[in-house]
Design a protein around this ligand. Structure first.
Ligand code: PMP
Length: 328
């Protein structure tokens, strides 16, 4: 996937809405040289029948972002709720009626040479029309990477730090050049960690298994959603435990999860078929549930969604209502 930015898109940068083409940083910016930024990825899905754009769990994404920024001592002054409001406003200003990817980015913004960071921080929120990240309809061929996942005591994988994505870029580039669709990282203890930009699940002996968050993985919000859907809707037992590499070769089903990829089935791993090499029943079931939940088709999960246009209409109504006028 590549979502090239149209310079006329409206973005939020330097505390104001402006065209993407005018949102520029200087060549000496600290984060550009040293990777001292923290980013997020949030999805909004367009539902044609309801004529609505649903942002998926934005509050949790912004809470995670602010926490992760704290690891690098980057200040993002607005609250998570205010960041949700900025996001909805961005969607409205761009008039999106398609699937969208939102990229919040906070970074050390001083323009000077020297690795030790100071307290000069900036942030931006960019929203782009965005199709499928991996073309996963028929299932992916994933390869175990010779690159190891970064360790928490070197660069925390859970923090979504810009510089840490060199690790993902190396593995992902290598995987594609070797003919795979995506890479699977092992960590330094040799256990399965995650994909280059996604978490991983396997189905084995009727259970859904994923590595725990202490295995050098990102604490994925899609991971969390999939665990809840599998447990509540399919009655599956979900287990967080270390996974050996060889279990990838003997499991029944395997899939990636992530904001950009959604739920992407893996049908081959290191040139071996996963199960019988076709999309498995659990993968198909959870994938459909995730699709329905993110498009507002499942009332149980409406609390995950922020509807862009309805909430704007409600906001407009509130503004023009006598109550809001008298409230000043
Ligand atoms: N792992 C990595 C390395 C990622 O970059 C992502 C994408 N944010 C994920 C997992 C999935 O996390 P989430 O479901 O929160 O998007």
């Amino acid at each position: 996937m590549k979502a090239d930015g149209d310079p006329n898109l409206t973005v939020y940068f330097g505390g104001q809405y402006m065209p993407l083409g005018e949102a520029r940083v200087g060549i000496l910016t600290h984060a550009l040289h040293y990777g001292t930024g923290v980013f997020e990825g949030i999805r909004a899905h367009w539902d044609e029948a309801q004529q609505e754009l649903f942002v998926m769990r934005p509050l949790e994404h912004y809470e995670r972002w602010k926490q992760n920024c704290g690891i690098l001592r980057i200040a993002v002054p607005p609250s998570a709720q205010q960041l949700c409001d900025i996001t909805v406003e961005l969607m409205r200003r761009n008039g999106f009626r398609t699937n969208v990817y939102v990229r919040p980015l906070a970074y050390k913004s001083a323009e000077r040479v020297g690795v030790s960071p100071d307290d000069q921080d900036s942030f931006a929120v960019i929203a782009l029309p965005f199709g499928d990240y991996l073309h996963a309809e028929k299932g992916l061929h994933a390869g175990v990477s010779s690159w190891r996942r970064i360790e928490d005591n070197a660069i925390p994988a859970r923090a979504k730090i810009c510089g840490a994505y060199v690790n993902s870029a190396l593995a992902s580039d290598d995987a594609r050049r070797c003919g795979f669709d995506e890479a699977i990282f092992l960590n330094e203890s040799g256990h399965v960690a995650e994909g280059a930009t996604c978490n991983i699940f396997m189905v084995r002996k009727g259970k859904l298994v994923t590595p725990p968050v202490t295995e050098n993985v990102l604490e994925g919000i899609t991971r969390d959603a999939v665990m809840e859907l599998a447990q509540r809707e399919l009655g599956l037992l979900v287990v967080e435990r270390p996974i050996d590499r060889s279990e990838l070769y003997i499991c029944d089903e395997l899939f990636f999860t992530g904001t950009a990829v959604g739920l992407a089935p893996i049908v081959r791993v290191d040139h071996r078929p996963v199960g019988d090499g076709a999309l498995g029943a659990v993968t198909r079931g959870v994938r459909q549930l995730y699709f329905d939940a993110t498009r507002g088709h499942l009332p149980t999960y409406w609390n995950w969604l922020m509807p862009v246009y309805q909430s704007w209409m409600k906001h407009e109504q509130d503004l023009s209502s006598p109550a809001s006028i008298s409230a000043g």
